[in-house]
Write a protein that binds this ligand. Structure first.
Ligand code: SR1
Ligand code: MG
Length: 395
């Protein structure tokens, strides 16, 4: 295994990544390694390192000291690499089948070596190519229930949870989310980006005081609540999928926050497919429903069987918490939908709709659904209500 103390940070190249990987004790001594930079995310370098003879491969992920999506004018510290590797280890213990294995991490070099998932596809990319991944939503429901329960006061116990809250403060990435999801889309901010044809819809958002009040309530919840250790960026670009498997990657935004935030990001990103994918619309509505019903069933079991807060086991508090998570999730989903449509870091589900008129139409639908979820989240009481409302909006 490589010594770490002497390593000073420098961004890897394809050849230095191969040299680094060869020292990790993962490959045979003298193996000839191929290295390819395959990162298409917003923040990091990602190398696939393959032993040319055996085909064995790993992923080396390295944080850059700036946001790749914008460039060096947006500096970022490297602390997120440690947050990500620690979060992967924690979530991996709770859901070993749903999280990539971590082989090695180095804080100075901001590197994590992990399982190569290239036999799977990024779920968003697969959706756009027409895949629907039948097990995705039951897997996501289980992932959400386990990670959100086991890191909560109820699953972890209050003393251990307090220590973990401190470990996962993650101020820099939380600030990105705070600005990009809860602030900038609701004002004329330079980070926003949208087609001119959407301007009148966007200006309506900026002048809608009721909407902005509700967005600021959701922002307050994001800033102040510490219900569970969240993934923090659980969109469909953070999920690898195949017909049989699902793996949740990239928890560099992990922090203690409101449980509904992760659930809401899943809802929102599946809802983009409900909007654009007429052929598989019912399947994606089904995915949203199954995510929630699986989450409720699994969370309820964990609550009743593994609750560390002996005084909290009552059914009434369980129902209260589940209803709160659901209402919060709807509001957070609304913010995510608006942000991914008119803010920074759009989603390919909408941006790759080729026909411009249709693209604008789908984006208007995303904005309308987002606004409705933010303002009317308290009125949508059940998952059936939510699915009916979504169905009505997409006609
Ligand atoms: C500057 S980072 C932009 C976005 O990329 C990440 O995946 C998060 O979604 C973040 O908001
Ligand atoms: Mg990411």
């Amino acid at each position: 295994m490589i010594g770490t103390t002497h390593l000073a940070y420098e961004p890897l190249t394809e050849s230095s990544a191969a040299a680094f990987a060869s020292q990790l004790g993962i490959f045979e001594e003298g193996a000839i390694l191929a290295s390819n930079e395959i990162g298409d995310g917003n923040l990091n370098l990602v190398f696939r390192i393959t032993d040319k003879q055996t085909g064995k491969s790993i992923i080396l992920k390295q944080a850059l000291p700036y946001a790749k999506v914008v460039g060096e004018s947006w500096p970022l510290t490297l602390q997120r690499a440690k947050i990500e590797s620690e979060a992967l280890k924690i979530f991996g213990k709770m859901c070993p089948d749903l999280v990539p294995a971590v082989y090695f991490s180095d804080e100075q070099m901001a590197i994590t070596a992990m399982e190569d998932l290239s036999s799977l596809s990024i779920a968003r990319t697969g959706f756009i190519q027409g895949k629907t991944y039948p097990l995705l939503s039951s897997h996501l429901g289980q992932y959400l229930a386990k990670t959100l329960f086991y890191t909560s006061d109820y699953g972890l116990g209050t003393d251990k949870k307090r220590l973990l809250v401190k470990e996962f403060t993650n101020p820099e990435l939380c600030k990105i989310t705070e600005d990009l999801i809860f602030t900038d889309p609701f004002f004329d901010s330079a980070t926003n980006s949208f087609e001119e044809e959407l301007r009148s819809e966007v200006e309506k958002i900026w002048s809608d005081e009721e909407l902005k009040f509700h967005a600021s309530l959701l922002k307050k919840s994001f800033l102040t609540e510490t219900e569970a250790l969240l993934h923090g960026d659980l969109h469909t670009g953070s999920i690898f999928a195949s017909e049989n498997e699902t793996k949740v990657i990239d928890p560099e935004f992990a922090f203690y926050g409101p449980a509904g935030f992760d659930i809401g990001q899943v809802f929102a990103n599946l809802a983009f497919q409900v909007i654009v994918n007429e052929k598989d619309r019912d399947t994606f509505l089904g995915h949203i429903g199954t995510t929630w019903t699986t989450f409720v069933a699994e969370f309820t079991t964990l609550w009743k069987t593994e609750n560390k807060e002996i005084h909290s086991i009552g059914e009434q508090l369980l129902s209260f918490n589940l209803q709160k998570f659901f209402t919060d999730a709807l509001g957070f989903a609304g913010c995510e939908m608006i942000r991914r449509t008119i803010g920074l870091a759009h989603v390919a589900d909408l941006d790759t709709v080729e026909d411009k008129l249709r693209r604008i139409e789908t984006k208007k639908q995303a904005i309308s659904i987002g606004k409705m979820l933010i303002k009317d989240r308290e009125e949508i009481k059940t998952i059936s209500d939510f699915l009916s409302v979504l169905h009505e909006f997409v006609g």
